[in-house]
Design a protein around this ligand. Structure first.
Ligand code: SF4
Length: 351
């Protein structure tokens, strides 16, 4: 466990030393802008988008933990809450034993170099007026202030080399529009890694990349994980990608965790109808193994006014009366495999 400065040591809480990140009952409600009219329509209560509604998970050191779900499930919001780019409504985020939500903003700066975000859209993430060298030097200047300008330049060249931009000197003075999309994603990764973080929150990091380079980028992320001893929170809507890179996975629906477990376990024995539907939507190359379950009809409901009981019940092909009345508890039905469904026992493998 790394030594922290005195202020941060004061916020240290007891955790399992193996856990790098502990997220407990995390909630984020975004008040809806609408002022008086919204207030009148909702009888005096200011409505809120319930983006994240009581999510709990842990990530062990060196693990790749995936958060999966459709657009609007809350997965990207959780990534930003973990980094405290958004302030949670309530809940706990404990990083390396430090309760982040108790840190003052200035104390978060010491922790930020140890936690980095890789954005989905590298073109939007990179300033078009900054060269690649400047873009990577920017976080280095903030978080590696003990290095002088020459040492920082060398650090930038080293990280460019490590992400496969060779020779690095040839790329240092180029602008983002002068390189390919796949190369831009390497630059975004280099910029995140130059401060040698421990946790990387990767938000759909290959979603904007050309299909032909996606597996190359995933392999690069796995290689960087080994070289830098990284832990990833990997956010994706694509369960095929999650299967490739993640050790464990949590499936989110409308701000709540439906199912969580080791990837092999969840993919082999999905216990929640929503996970089953997502897996059914993953293309399978072998026609004999094609799954028969169809993705449920309909959109994710309005998160301002989510369905009662199980949030998934309006779309669930297996819903019964209790599903709209009572929220299912999260239960561990197989070792390390939890699920929130009243009828998940029906999907347990026959012994
Ligand atoms: Fe479907 Fe009911 Fe299970 Fe929810 S609790 S996933 S509605 S069967």
């Amino acid at each position: 466990m790394a030594k922290l400065n005195e202020k941060n040591e004061a916020q240290r809480v007891a955790t399992d030393g193996q856990d790098l990140l502990v997220v407990q009952n995390l909630v984020k409600y975004f008040p809806v802008q609408g002022g008086l009219i919204a207030s009148i329509l909702h009888k005096g209560k200011i409505p809120a988008v319930k983006a994240v509604d009581g999510v709990t998970f842990t990530i062990k050191r060196g693990e790749v933990f995936g958060l999966a779900g459709e657009s609007g499930s809350g997965k990207s919001t959780i990534g930003r809450l973990v980094l405290r780019l958004y302030e949670p409504t309530r809940g706990k985020v404990i990083f390396d034993g430090i309760d982040l939500l108790k840190l003052k903003p200035e104390d978060m700066r010491h922790i930020r170099s140890r936690m980095q975000l890789v954005f989905q859209d590298p073109l939007a993430a990179l300033n078009p007026r900054m060269t690649i060298g400047q873009a990577i030097d920017n976080p280095a200047a903030i978080h590696l202030s003990h290095l002088n300008a020459d040492e920082r330049r060398q650090a930038v060249l080293d990280i460019l080399h490590q992400v496969g931009m060779n020779p690095p000197e040839a790329y240092y003075n180029l602008y983002p529009h002068q390189i390919s999309g796949g190369q831009r994603q390497r630059i975004v990764l280099a910029r995140a890694l130059v401060t040698h973080p421990e946790l990387v929150v990767a938000d759909e990091p290959i979603a904007m990349a050309d299909v032909s380079v996606r597996s190359i980028l995933l392999d690069l992320m796995l290689k960087m994980k080994q070289e830098f001893n990284l832990t990833y929170l990997f956010i994706t809507h694509d369960l095929a990608t999650a299967k490739y890179i993640c050790d464990r996975i949590g499936v989110l629906y409308l701000g709540k965790m439906c199912e969580m477990g080791e990837v092999g376990e969840v993919y082999e024995y999905p216990l929640h109808p929503y996970t089953q539907a997502l897996l059914a939507a993953v293309p399978v190359p072998d026609p004999k193994r094609r799954r028969t379950t169809k993705m449920p009809e309909g959109e994710i409901p309005n998160p301002i006014n989510p369905p009662t009981g199980c949030h998934f019940h309006p779309r669930c092909p297996l819903a019964q009366a209790i599903c709209s009345q009572k929220e299912p508890e999260i239960r561990e039905l197989r070792p390390g495999h939890t699920v929130a469904c009243h009828f998940a026992e029906n999907f347990l493998p026959k012994e």
